[in-house]
Design a protein around this ligand. Structure first.
Ligand code: 5GP
Ligand code: MG
Length: 178
């Protein structure tokens, strides 16, 4: 079996214009108040880079990872905030930026952790929201696109480490390699 990105769901022009609109929604929400942007590695990178260059408030950037542990049957999400960056989060307004919302487990766990370490307000921004049965309640504040429940790659999203550099977002289909 081999997987190749096939159907293009969102081309680069469509992504760029939606990212511009999202940036304006965020500018209109924070009205120049200082903000800490928390990007979720690795998938956020391309989206984050395009988005933050259009934001106009004073900001600091923090990059975090959310690790998944298989604990009994239920995967547990453990956010890792670099200790040196905790002061950027504590007492601040935070906007989390991630690539995709699938079950919501990643963003739900991260939001809780950011509040636990002292953020006064945490809002969530994702480029893509999958039309999947959400298992966790993490309300999105900013969303680029709603997409069907398929596996996608490109514009930062990978499959086994590949395809992050594609300028568009495509569906990855499994195909029999005869
Ligand atoms: P959640 O915790 O919301 O279930 O999953 C979110 C994470 O799963 C995303 O940050 C991303 O890393 C990964 N993920 C979920 N769906 C996809 C997908 O369609 N393509 C890729 N490349 N990653 C996905
Ligand atoms: Mg991710």
């Amino acid at each position: 079996m081999e997987a190749e990105p096939t159907r293009i769901l969102l081309d680069s022009g469509k992504i760029a214009s939606r990212v511009r609109e999202l940036a304006e929604e965020i500018n209109d929400t924070y009205l120049g108040e200082p903000l800490t942007i928390v990007g979720v590695l690795d998938g956020c990178l391309i989206f984050l880079a395009d988005l933050v260059r259009r934001l106009r408030m004073p900001m600091e950037l923090v990059l975090v990872r959310v690790k998944t542990y298989l604990d009994a049957d239920t995967p547990q999400k453990k956010p890792v905030i670099p200790p040196d960056d905790l002061a950027r989060v504590a007492g601040g307004r935070v906007l989390v930026v991630d690539d995709i919302y699938d079950t919501g487990a990643t963003l739900a766990a991260l939001k809780l952790e950011l509040l636990r370490v002292g953020a006064i307000d945490v809002k969530l921004c994702v480029l893509l929201e999958k039309d999947a049965p959400h298992k966790h309640e993490a309300t999105l504040d900013f969303r680029g696109f709603a997409i069907p429940d398929v596996f996608v790659v490109g514009y930062g999203l990978d499959y086994a480490g590949r395809y992050r550099n594609l300028p568009h977002i495509a569906e990855l289909e499994q195909s029999a390699n005869l």
